[in-house]
Design a protein. Structure first.
Ligand SMILES: Cc1cc2nc3c(=O)[nH]c(=O)nc-3n(C[C@H](O)[C@H](O)[C@H](O)COP(=O)(O)OP(=O)(O)OC[C@H]3O[C@@H](n4cnc5c(N)ncnc54)[C@H](O)[C@@H]3O)c2cc1C
Ligand code: FES
Ligand code: FES
Lengths: 773, 477
């Protein structure tokens, strides 16, 4: 019996959230005299700065200082990849419309925003590279194309009895974390700097601020209590604000704070990568894939940022949950004069999966089969078969899939959601419905857990046990709504067998836990939970040794259970044990550390074991479309998802529901648009639409797979942040089924997002015999 | 300022000697009061993170609560009202039931949307409502997927409301004395005649009704809107008057009043108007503001035009009337003279009658709180299988909201058949040459407009489910 883990504790901050007491970066009370910052932005997407007249900005009301690139103490490269291509302020040339050109420091947020619009800017414009086609034509690859091969796909396709080829284009996605980027810098008496930032990566902010000011990292302290959402958008792109605040604070000697107005946030920061996937597949009469070729083209935006690992992860998920005996995946990472695309929940994985799911749909239509049948014959062989001695099938990158439960999971979901019956009923309903058509689809997810940059798979923690038995934990992960702090507190409570309320959760702080990785790749509780557990176990071991000695008994009889410390027949409270240990001069504080075992990875060859394990899941979605106008509604969704042995089922279900709806938004209504000058047209929630309450599936059944992680993760749980996002691919597939039904054709090549426009025109084009929407 | 601006904030009286015209309630709360529970998520009325409850004086007397976006609510608009922010939802140290249930049902993740959601749900709770999707149409949450929030709302529905819900409203009558109120660069009359005379003499003043358009000029364009006259206190212009044949909406009638009143005569029009903005926007935005703003995608406009509305303009004591469609001359150009303001709009009641088919539909990327790609409104009479009258108006198809006269001509006198509908669809191309923008391409706009004509045809025959939302409701049952 556990006391704290595997239980549905509410989010630790929930009472603060609902009462408005929870403090976000811009809510932190700042000292009087705090200054406010805003960036002046480039009005052109590409070109040379001929003239930048900042005099009117300086003259504006409330302005204290204006800094151009030349006014910075030293050149600043914000690139998380250390690529040297991301200056804080543009130097000489501009690379996208919205790029920060100068920094205004003023007495109020409003004064700074007003003044930032007053510069005289003259840019000798060049024709911007905006689209994937532009970039292919211009050859603006960030690095040479990457190609991974398994077997001989070309020969397998050529020899296959059936073949399909095609293309799918999938748009990007704005994070739309409800809290925009924000930072606050407080200059210290000795030249050091204290930063509060809304960031998933405090250590990187610390590093960039130190670099910008020429300080050792130890002189910069970054803390994050919570973010109002991150989703990857605050992994690298918050550096600009924090560094700007630090520089302005250093220049003026006054505290400086900055928040992006929403439109600025959307215009300045990067988004999910848009992708084009060309595919070719050879298959047999059962739909078994014999050979597959993918060519990925990703729109990366103006700088490297995290695009290379994002594009890698798209390749790493090109198989999704299917065994591909022969496969070639080629990937081009294209620089464009747009916002620098970045991490976003799934980190390229969702884009990669869209390719293979399209292939399956295309294959099924070609053979006249239910796509689920084709999915089933291609799923990875089960863990049980591997355990029984069958050789594990390998991914395109050579990792054996030893933990697959996807076949059983899909079977159970199909049965419980009555997929087959409903599919038949929908076909009948469609035949009798003059206008509205329905569609249903089941899609699986297999998502690899670990950072592909192996060294990031480490975490540290610092745990204090106080003499009254209360516990304070510090770890390197950041809280952005995913419930990480609660999960980690549960782990600590479990270690001492105390109620979770006895554990105090604190601000993430680089001064307490150093050299942290970003809270990303769904790894937060896997890594930090383990590090905290290690720290707790160190303290517990000291207590055990001490108590065994004091009571003259073997260490084995000292047990922490049911909220008490048992020493043989003696029962102590944790407070009593802690006080006694303290009086005996035993340290009650410890660090903890964890590094994920087993993983190794060679990205250029595309070989290795990049992932510690896989998380699985599947969803059935049913939709309706109105072919006259292209409007859609999600009628029902059933999810069965694998989180191993859940640390906190309530938090996990929240991640699944939220991830699903966010994924559905990506594939249906969330559409980014730029004009021919490179101006982002959808730069506010008035024009960029994320799902609202009425868009959620009205019938939304979410169940957790009853199993445990095969690998020894924290209490045998599995990561949950990203994988459920991709369950929403079922929505897109169901829409494509409905579109095909409306057009009276077996298959329609539907791109994403499937907006009303795209759906309406796809139906019309398919009816007219053109199968390209 | 001769008199201070007075209102109740979370039950405590506030008196401000100086209230700049463009100071938003959101900034004031956060910066001056350090009430940082109310969040800024967009600063343009679209995300709901800044949602507050405010009391709304009713034209027939008394006050009612409504939800508003504090980011586009300008301080002078608060005079005589009660404001409740998230910090003021609970009572006596206890949470409001919706707060309690949001915690219990895991309704918050990052928590940034949560204060706004709690306020929106508290407002719905105060009215005993359970249409939570509608109540939350103006509140974005990027984390939860909403399911847990709806579960929380359901769970709180039966719990008793805190006492302030009634008590605040009973304390308002003495708060604001009648008479004009002024501040730096602004004036707020409470008498229409006095305002009319003042505006004749100050035609350069900008008028602000609900500020759902003007608010964005302040927060996004950073425009100085002074000199400005606030109209929200002109209670007489909030009235809705109904006769056996006609309805007259005063210019200050909120869009919500338009929705409620038209839904009584024609429920489908209520459904159409429930997609105008969100609860917050419909409470703030006015009929007169939608008309005067004259956007080609103003949603009430095609509807009012199709229904044959008459617009009444007023300058001082002079009034003139015109068919609403004649008011919109070109993009950004209206037939409104200096010193003239929109006083009212009158329309024949859209009641069901033998052969009458009144429908309006909006097409947008998202169902709720989105701007129309196309909005179409239809008022047809089909007699003996023939179209005897057809009034059609579209928004989003031209530089102004407009009648589709060639299409109407292709219908009137013709048999009500699929072939006629097809021909009418072709005629749409004579009426409109739509543009492409980030909301829709020209081709799609035209196809979708044709789709609406076709939908009307199917609808009239009553065969099978035609409206996708009905399919959704049935499936959810
Ligand atoms: C989040 C959001 C969503 C929205 N969604 C929609 C939507 O779905 N559909 C839609 O049509 N609109 C929408 N709008 C726009 C807006 O709500 C409407 O146009 C509304 O009707 C404007 O009314 P108002 O009273 O707020 O106007 P204000 O902003 O106060 O004024 C708008 C203009 O009208 C003038 N004006 C106001 N009243 C008068 C009068 N009596 N006489 C003369 N001039 C006057 C003002 O001077 C100003 O030029 C939305 C706005 C927001 C912020
Ligand atoms: S801040 Fe988004 S609606 Fe006000
Ligand atoms: S909980 Fe994060 S936006 Fe709603």
């Amino acid at each position: 019996m556990t006391v704290a883990v595997h239980k549905p504790h509410p989010h630790d901050s929930a009472p603060l959230h609902v009462s408005g007491k929870a403090r976000y970066t811009d809510d932190i009370p700042a000292p009087a005299g705090t200054l406010h910052l805003a960036f002046g932005l480039s009005p052109a997407a590409r070109g040379r700065i001929r003239r930048l007249d900042l005099a009117p900005v300086r003259a504006a009301e409330g302005v204290v200082a204006v800094l151009g690139a030349d006014d910075l103490p030293r050149p600043v490269d914000l690139s998380p990849a250390h690529a040297g291509d991301e200056p804080l302020l543009a130097t000489g040339t501009v690379h996208y419309l919205g790029q920060p050109l100068f920094l205004v420091v003023a007495t109020s947020h409003l004064a700074a925003r007003r003044a930032a619009r007053l510069a005289g800017i003259d840019i000798a414009g060049e024709k911007p590279v905006l689209t994937i086609d532009d970039a292919i034509a211009a050859g603006t690859d960030l690095e040479p194309p990457l190609e991974w091969r398994k077997g001989d796909a070309e020969a397998a396709i050529a020899a296959a009895p059936h073949r399909v080829r095609g293309r799918i284009e999938v748009g990007g996605q704005e994070h739309f974390y409800l809290e925009g980027h924000a930072a606050l810098a407080l200059p210290l008496e000795d030249g050091g700097m204290e930063i509060h930032a809304s960031t998933q990566h405090p250590t990187e902010i610390q590093h960039k601020v130190a670099e910008a000011l020429g300080l050792p990292m130890s002189w910069v302290r970054v803390s994050v209590r919570r973010m109002g959402g991150g989703f990857g958008g605050k992994e690298s792109q918050g550096s600009a604000l924090a560094v700007a605040c630090a520089i302005a604070a250093w220049k003026t000697g006054r505290p400086c704070r900055m928040r992006y107005d929403r439109d600025d946030d959307m215009i300045i920061t990067g988004k999910r990568h848009e992708i084009r996937i060309d595919y070719e597949a050879g298959f047999d009469a059962d739909g078994r894939l014999l050979g597959v070729r993918f060519a990925h083209f990703l729109r990366c935006g103006w700088s490297t940022d995290l695009s290379l690992p994002v594009a890698d992860r798209a390749m790493l998920h090109a198989d999704n949950a299917y065994h591909l005996p022969h496969v070639t995946i080629r990937s081009r990472r294209l620089r464009t004069n747009t916002q620098s695309n970045t991490a976003f929940r799934g980190f390229g994985g969702p884009q990669g999966m869209m390719g293979i799911e399209r292939v399956i749909q295309h294959v099924a239509a070609t053979l006249g089969k239910d796509p689920l049948e084709v999915r089933r014959v291609n799923l990875y062989r089960p863990m049980a078969a591997v355990a029984a001695g069958e050789a594990a099938q390998t991914t395109p990158y050579g990792q054996p899939v030893e933990d697959s439960i996807i076949d059983a999971l899909v079977d159970r979901l199909a049965r419980e959601a009555r997929y087959a019956e409903r599919r038949a009923a929908i076909a009948r309903w469609n035949a009798g419905s003059p206008v509205i058509k329905r569609g249903i689809a089941l899609t699986p997810v297999k998502f690899g857990i670990s950072f592909t940059l192996t060294h990031l798979n480490q975490a540290g923690a610092l745990v204090h046990l106080y003499q009254d038995g209360s516990i304070r934990i510090n770890h390197g992960g950041t809280e952005m709504g995913q419930g990480l702090n609660m999960k980690v507190a549960q782990v600590a409570a479990e270690a001492f067998s105390v109620p979770v309320e006895a554990v105090r959760i604190t601000t993430t702080d680089t001064a307490r836990v150093p050299n942290t990785s970003a809270t990303a790749a769904s790894s937060g509780s896997d890594l930090n939970g383990m590090a905290v557990k290690a720290a707790c176990e160190t303290i517990r071991a000291r207590l055990t040794r001490f108590l065994a000695e004091r009571h003259q008994c073997p260490e084995e009889v000292v047990r922490f259970s049911e909220g008490r410390v048992h020493v043989g027949t003696n029962v102590l409270t944790l407070a009593e044990a802690a006080r006694a240990a303290h009086e005996a001069r035993i340290s009650l504080s410890s660090t903890g550390f964890y590094a994920t075992p087993k993983i190794h990875w060679d990205r250029t060859r595309g070989q290795g074991r990049p992932f510690f394990y896989f998380a699985y899941g599947a969803a059935v979605s049913e939709v309706a479309i109105d072919p006259l106008t292209g409007e859609t509604r999600i009628l029902r969704v059933d999810v069965l998802h694998d989180v191993g042995r859940s640390l906190n089922p309530a938090i996990d279900i929240g991640q699944i529901e939220g991830g699903f709806v966010q994924g559905a938004g990506w594939l249906t209504m969330e559409e980014l648009a730029w004009d021919e000058r490179g101006r982002l047209l959808t730069h506010a929630p008035s024009t960029y639409k994320i799902p609202v309450a009425s868009d959620r599936p009205r019938i939304f059944n979410v169940a957790l797979w009853d199993g445990e992680n095969r690998e020894p993760t924290i209490y045998r749980s599995k990561a949950v942040g990203e994988p459920p996002f991709m369950l929403a691919i079922s929505v897109h597939q169901a829409i494509a089924e409905a579109v095909a039904a409306a057009a009276g054709v077996p298959f329609v090549a539907l791109d994403a997002p499937a907006t009303p426009e795209r759906i309406a025109l796809a139906v019309r084009n398919a009816r007219a015999g053109e199968n390209a929407p | 300022m001769t008199r201070p601006l007075r209102f109740l904030l979370n039950g405590s009286p506030v008196s401000l000697a100086e209230a700049p015209a463009q100071r938003t309630l959101l900034d004031w709360l956060r910066e001056e009061r350090r009430l940082t529970g109310t969040k800024e998520g967009c600063n343009e009325g679209d995300c709901g993170a800044c949602t507050v409850m405010i009391s709304d004086p009713q034209p027939e007397g008394g006050h009612r609560w409504q939800v508003r976006n504090a980011c586009i609510l300008l301080l002078p608009m608060l005079h005589g009202r009660a404001v409740r922010t998230v910090e003021g939802l609970g009572e006596g140290g206890a949470f409001h039931p919706v707060q309690e249930e949001l915690v219990r049902h895991h309704g918050s993740q990052c928590g940034f949307c949560t204060p706004g959601i709690a306020v929106a749900l508290a407002a719905a709770h105060a009215d005993g409502r359970r249409d939570f999707d509608t109540a939350l149409a103006g509140n974005l949450c990027r984390c939860t997927g909403y399911a847990s929030i709806i579960r929380a709302a359901e769970a709180a529905a039966e719990a008793p409301a805190p006492g302030w819900v009634k008590e605040d409203l009973a304390r308002l009558d003495d708060l604001a004395a009648p008479g004009p109120l002024t501040g730096p660069g602004w004036i707020a009359h409470d008498d229409v005649d006095a305002f009319a005379a003042w505006y004749r003499d100050h035609p350069e003043a900008r008028l602000v009704a609900g500020a759902t358009d003007v608010g964005l000029w302040v927060t996004k364009k950073l425009m100085d809107i002074t000199p400005v006259a606030f109209l929200h206190r002109l209670k007489r212009l909030k009235r809705v008057e109904v006769t056996t044949t006609h309805i007259t909406f005063g210019a200050l009638a909120p869009i919500e009043a338009l929705r409620v009143r038209l839904a009584e005569d024609a429920p489908q029009l209520g459904a159409f108007l429930s997609r105008f903005g969100s609860e917050q926007v419909r409470a703030a935005g006015t009929v007169g503001g939608n008309i005067a703003n004259a956007s080609p995608i103003g949603d009430s406009l095609p509807l009012l035009i199709a229904l044959g509305a008459t617009l009444r303009l007023r300058r001082s004591e002079t009034r003139r009337e015109m068919p609403l469609e004649d008011f919109f001359l070109d993009y950004g150009v209206q037939d409104r003279k200096s010193g003239e303001f929109v006083e009212a709009v009158t329309l024949p009641r859209p009641r069901a009658a033998e052969g009458r088919l009144v429908r309006a539909w909006k097409i947008s990327k998202r169902r709720d709180q989105d701007i129309s790609a196309v909005a179409g409104a239809f008022d047809f009479v089909i007699a003996n299988g023939t179209v005897s009258t057809a009034r059609i108006a579209f928004g989003g198809m031209a530089a102004t909201p407009r009648r589709a006269r060639a299409t109407e001509a292709a219908l009137v006198g013709r048999p009500w058949t699929e072939a006629t509908i097809r021909a009418a669809g072709e005629a749409l191309a004579e009426d409109f040459t739509p543009i492409s923008d980030m909301r829709a391409s020209a081709r799609y706009r035209m196809e979708a407009a044709r789709g609406l004509l076709e939908r009307l045809w199917h609808e009239s025959r009553g065969t099978g489910p035609i409206e996708i939302d009905r399919v959704l409701e049935e499936a959810a049952r």
